[in-house]
Design a protein around this ligand. Structure first.
Ligand SMILES: [Zn+2]
Length: 1022
């Protein structure tokens, strides 16, 4: 078991010194054992109510409050998981095919014990025979100092180098009689001395944070099928104590019995192949307008059905499709055509999936659960059933001043407070803001705001007011709450420009979102944002260049956060110095991007370097930040729509999305999960020789090169890795979600449905559309495994560090065992989940004006499905307003028609009035010799202008062309263009009538494979 000083964030935290001991203790609430509420069923009823409303809201809009889709009551928190849906329930119910008793605990001669305690045989509890093995702490004092490996009580059973290859599961029974531990967790460590020694440097062989129920026998099973076990020498049973100072009455007794080897049908845990007999699908479900598919590999059936399990009604039957991809041969079940909101199962032959949701609210449960996890991770307050008021004695020093840094959130399964808090607040505010502006889900948006305020409070309270701030404090145990005792943890404040930009951006966003709800807090937040920004800008002038260390903080990340904070403050204050800073830092972001299409086996461009020096590639293995330069560029596009550089920012976003992420994802079809990044062998030099940064503790340069070479060869020293190159920290939830956010945000800017759909698939992957058909979010969907949460126990809505890889391999590995390096619950990706939901879960709002004199209905024809949605317009002024699922729509009222591409979270304006209606499309033609023709074909009425903005093109004609529109005819505007740089993709947008939000994009490159055209971008303002 390990504490991990840099996990969660990498700002350096000074270690604390010990202080004299006092034995008064913080009181920690015993784990609450109240009745398990059936929240799920209550929830489903509410959700079905919401479904009916949502249909009404879509079909009959004008004059109806759009908030009718809302869930009316927030679920009670902390929420409880439905245990039967999890993997542990399934494991414990597996048929045991063969077994061998290793130890019945009637004899101590093969056991040894270490720790401040004792090991005895006891007759008090026995699962089998007369005795069990009892370990008991005599001091109840945790030895952990906050870093390094630790176990307080370790009972070791020795074996004479046995070959356990015939068995694949260890089973042992444990009866805890523990007082004073909010969560009771033990661990098992397998020692193999054969060809591959265990435990190894990547923590194979460890099964930790096994959460036990108190005062009952718990069967603990551990599938060891993927582990080397040819010469087993020992098995440790270990326990770590949760406090340095026990409370009066604390007691730690664990009785262990009936240690067995077993043989079972082992879970499929490694590789891209699909688990036998399973169908991989999104357990949360699919939004109405998204593509919907499931994946299988061994179905005998030739067709499949989608069925409503309540009524038995078959809503779709289709042939099972086949596909061959770089990953192998798969069966694909495409049911995109199902758009009727409801709960469904997929049936193919005898194989039936669990039920899942189709509807615009498909992600709703996952959002509530994510909030539940954040709430459960709150530090400094009582969380019923999890912990009491905590960590009142952890603080940050600055000269002779100190700030208590509880509040905010625990980082993860241990208790560090809480460097992820700013990012979480940013995400909560962003989703709440979107829901509010769309008039959707008021109960949810209120709850998001309440959670955001909790985190914001921490952001505001951790400043010293002179540029120095606390970035959090490491602590991995429950403290006594008394300042001055030796369990206090403290560190030094930092004046870090990046941190100051980050918090400034969060505070400025809070000021905007809370303006009407809490003007005083909003105002204070804004003033502090300005102060933090000032210190960031000052600090940046003198900040030394950041050392280039693999996967660590870099210049691009710093300047990207700087752009976001500066833009937000510019929008709040209209003070030009904020715009000037945003522009200057935006230039650095642009200069850090590759814009030349690389002559690789997969031509790619648009990815980033770590700085304008362009020496090293921007990629991460732990906290992903792929989104931040993209968010920065998008914010510039939004804030400064008429600026000369607009097209540079816009085209940079296009390049990253269209010429990097999308073609990269194609290698992982049919999952379409985004690969990690392009890697180069020579980046091995960025692995420091001395590894004082914990995540690189087990790193070495040869291993780096070896891992890089397991990626997809692109040419020369370049490889596309599906998973990051990593060492002891290995799990990709954050990296994947950061890429998904980059894609979804770019999709919003570009009106790119394909990007949005691909972003949906990243979320779908995490909740079951993966080779294990397992959701990794605890309590959401099916087959979620217990996660590492050693101090707080299992929490619904937790996402782990993520799916890992085995050794140097580049394929997913999701073993049944638990280790903090990949299965630890983590607030960081849960914040990213919420942030992604801003772009993929909120139905769009379409507003428009029809002809008031016409009695014809306004019809939205979805192009893929043919589904027609009718909007009712006001007889007075012709206005209408409705929510629509994502899709390409042809909009008609009588003979008036136009089109609109709708993405979740967007606002779209449609004008169908007879004298103004305009429908246009943009096409391009590559004439060769670097010549391109761009053509606008328009029909409608009235006079219109079309303005072309382009990057990497010189135009023969003026950028603005005017057109007298004649009813009934198609008119064209044509531009002849010349590529400035043939090796760089060109990007153009056509803007009708000077209305930027109605632009349509077209892009191309000399490589015809990556050509693509697009439809209008959404307006971000309501
Ligand atoms: Zn705490």
């Amino acid at each position: 078991m390990g504490d991990h000083p840099a996990k969660g964030y990498w700002f350096h935290i000074e270690e604390r010194e010990c202080r004299p001991v006092s034995f008064l203790q913080m009181v920690i609430a015993r784990r609450h054992k109240g009745p398990i509420m059936d929240i799920k069923s209550r929830w489903s009823r509410l959700a079905s109510k919401a479904r009916r409303f949502s249909i009404i809201a879509v079909l009959s809009i004008f004059g109806l409050r759009l908030s009718l889709t809302a869930q009316q009551i927030a679920p009670e928190m902390p929420m409880q998981a439905r245990y039967e849906d999890g993997a542990e329930f399934r494991w414990l119910n597996k048929k045991v095919l063969d077994s061998r008793v290793l130890d019945g605990m009637e004899d101590l001669s093969t056991w040894s014990f270490t720790g401040a305690g004792e090991m005895t045989l006891t007759e008090v509890h026995a699962k089998d025979g007369r005795h069990s093995l009892r370990i008991r702490s005599t001091t109840n004092v945790a030895q952990v100092e906050g870093s390094g490996e630790w176990e307080d009580l370790v009972a070791t059973r020795k074996f004479p180098g046995e070959d356990w290859g015939r068995y694949n599961r260890i089973s042992v029974w444990v009866y805890p009689d523990v007082i004073g531990a909010p969560a009771i967790s033990c661990s098992l460590i397998l020692h193999n001395d054969g060809s591959h020694k265990l435990p190894d440097q990547y923590n194979e062989g460890r099964h930790e944070s096994i959460i036990l129920k108190n005062h009952t026998w718990n069967q603990v099973v551990w599938e060891i099928a993927p582990l080397d076990r040819d010469r087993v020498t020992a098995l440790d049973f270990a326990y770590s104590l949760p406090k340095k100072f026990p409370d009066p009455g604390d007691q730690t007794i664990l009785d262990i019995d009936q240690l067995e080897l077993q043989s079972v049908a082992a879970d499929h845990v490694e590789g891209w192949d699909l688990a036998p007999g399973k169908i991989a699908f999104s357990h949360s479900g699919y939004t109405t307008g998204s593509s919907k598919s499931a994946i299988a590999s061994d179905l005998a059936a030739h067709e499949f059905s989608v069925i409503d399990p309540q009524t038995g009604q078959i809503v779709l039957t289709k042939p099972v499709g086949k596909t061959s991809t770089p990953l192998g041969n798969y069966q694909v079940l495409d049911f995109s055509a199902v758009r009727q909101p409801g709960r469904y199962v997929i049936k193919a032959g005898d194989t039936v999936t669990g039920s899942f949701r189709i509807g615009d609210d498909a992600w709703l449960n996952s959002i509530w659960k994510a909030i539940n996890f954040m709430y459960s991770e709150r530090c400094g307050t009582e969380i019923p059933g999890i912990h009491g008021r905590c960590h009142q004695d952890i603080y940050t020093m600055h000269d002779d001043k100190r700030i208590v840094v509880n509040g905010g959130y625990h980082d993860a399964g241990d208790l560090s407070a809480t460097g992820n808090t700013p990012g979480m607040v940013y995400a909560l505010l962003s989703l709440a803001d979107s829901l509010q502006r769309h008039g959707q889900e008021p109960v949810l948006s209120d709850r998001l705001l309440a959670e955001a305020r909790w985190g914001l409070n921490w952001v505001l309270k951790t400043r010293f007011g002179d540029g120095y701030r606390s970035t959090g404090q490491l602590v991995s145990y429950w403290t006594d709450g008394i300042m001055g005792t030796s369990d206090d943890r403290f560190g030094q404040a930092v004046n870090n420009p990046e941190w100051n930009f980050r918090v400034s951006g969060v505070e400025a966003l809070a000021a905007r979102v809370l303006k009407d709800i809490d003007p005083e807090l909003a105002n204070r937040s804004l003033m502090i944002a300005e102060q933090d920004w000032k210190y960031a800008v000052e600090g940046l002038k003198t900040a030394p260049p950041l050392a280039e260390v693999y996967g660590a903080q870099d210049e691009l990340e710093r300047v990207s956060f700087g752009v976001v904070a500066s833009v937000e403050l510019y929008q709040a204050t209209r003070d030009q110095r904020y715009a000037d800073e945003a522009l200057a830092l935006g230039d650095l972001v642009l200069a850090s991007q590759e814009r030349t299409l690389q002559p690789w086996t997969i031509p790619l461009t648009g990815y980033f370097y770590t700085s304008p020096k362009r020496d090293n590639l921007f990629h991460r293995f732990h906290i992903g930040q792929e989104q931040e330069p993209i968010i920065a560029l998008i914010r510039l596009c939004e804030a400064l729509p008429e600026h000369d550089k607009w097209m540079k920012w816009y085209s940079a976003v296009v390049l990253h999305s269209q010429y990097y992420l999308k073609p990269a994802a194609a290698v992982d079809e049919p999952y379409a999960v985004l690969p990690a990044a392009v890697y180069r062998e020579s980046e091995a030099r960025l692995i420091p020789e001395s590894k004082n940064w914990t995540p690189l503790r087990a790193a070495d340069r040869d291993a780096y090169v070896e891992e890089v070479r397991r990626g997809i060869p692109l040419g020369g020293e370049n490889y596309l890795r599906r998973f990051p190159v990593w060492f002891d920290f290995r799990g990709n939830s954050s990296v994947l979600l950061s890429e998904a956010k980059a894609l979804s945000a770019a999709g919003q800017l570009r009106g790119d449905l394909e990007a949005e759909d691909l972003a949906q698939k990243q979320a779908q992957w995490l909740v079951g559309r993966n080779p294990f058909s397992a959701s990794v979010m605890y309590g959401e969907g099916y087959d979620w495994t217990p996660l590492y949460s050693v101090r707080s126990g299992q929490m619904v809505g937790a996402l782990p560090v993520g799916i890992e890889t085995k050794g140097f391999a580049d394929a997913p590995y999701w073993p049944t065992q638990i280790c903090w390096t990949y299965k630890e619950v983590w607030t960081q990706p849960v914040g990213q989940w919420i942030w992604l939901m801003q772009d993929i879960s909120v139905p769009a709002t379409v507003r428009g004006t029809a002809n008031p004199a016409s009695h014809e209905p306004v019809e939205f024809h979805e192009q893929n499905s043919g589904q027609v949605t009718t909007a009712t317009s006001s007889p007075r002024d012709g206005e209408f307003n409705l929510h629509l699922p994502e899709g390409d729509y042809d909009v008609r009222q009588g003979s008036a028609h136009t089109r609109v591409t709708v993405l979740p979270g967007g606002f779209y304006d449609v004008d169908l009035r007879f004298d103004r209606v305009l429908d246009f499309k943009v096409t391009s033609q590559d004439l060769g010799h670097n010549q391109v023709v761009l053509r606008v074909s328009a029909e409608g009425a009235g006079r219109h202008t079309f303005t072309l903005r382009s990057d990497n093109l010189t135009l023969n004609e003026p950028s603005k062309q005017e057109m007298d529109q004649i009813s009934g005819g198609v008119r064209e505007a044509v531009w002849h263009a010349h590529l400035v740089s043939p090796k760089t993709p060109w990007v153009a947008v056509v803007i009708p009538d000077g209305i930027l939000s109605k632009r349509r994009e077209v892009t191309g490159s000399e490589n015809p494979q990556v050509f693509v055209g697009h439809h209008p971008g959404p307006s971000k303002t309501p």
